[in-house]
Design a protein around this ligand. Structure first.
Ligand code: AMP
Length: 148
């Protein structure tokens, strides 16, 4: 998909926002939704998306929505690092298929990195649902605690 493609309201993240597809939700407010990546590249791989902005990528998202997304990215990165204690964490965002984008609703990746562990192949290997459920419960507890 090109950088100037028209937004497709049937993309999987739009379906998740509408409640038409499931997700392992970690956080939601009026503007932002965050959930576990179904094909994680590392343990704790999380996605954060705007709910109200029909934007494919960083070029067409409105800056107010983007600011709300990045604020949640920071909160969740702090909670994920506190809970999972990775040695590093990547925050990434891809625009257009040649840059690695596979879902064309703007999103930020939070990818914890562990020393000695390589990165899994992008969007390739589906995680075990039981593992995702356990991880979701763990992170939800930590997020609730960090919000006081
Ligand atoms: P990108 O390639 O940057 O567009 O990232 C899209 C991400 O969405 C990839 O990391 C996929 O593993 C992930 N993904 C695709 N479908 C789902 C889904 N139904 N639920 C959660 N994550 C998904």
């Amino acid at each position: 998909m090109s950088l100037t493609a028209t937004y497709d309201a049937q993309n999987i993240f739009a379906q998740i926002i509408r409640g038409d597809a499931p997700c392992y939700k970690l956080y939601e407010d009026d503007d932002v939704l965050a959930f576990l990546d179904l094909f994680p590249q590392s343990f704790g791989h999380t996605l954060v998306i705007p709910k109200r902005s029909a934007a494919c990528n960083i070029l067409d998202v409105d800056s107010e929505a983007l600011c709300k997304v990045i604020g949640v990215v920071q909160q969740l990165t702090r909670a994920i690092v506190a809970e999972l204690e990775p040695d590093g964490v990547q925050v990434a965002q891809f625009n257009g298929a040649p840059a690695g984008q596979t879902v064309f609703h703007l999103h930020m990746h939070i990818v914890p990195r562990y020393t000695g562990q390589g990165l899994g192949v992008h969007a390739a290997q589906k995680a075990d649902p039981a593992e995702l459920e356990q991880l979701q419960a763990r992170l939800l507890r930590r997020i609730a605690a960090s919000r006081g």
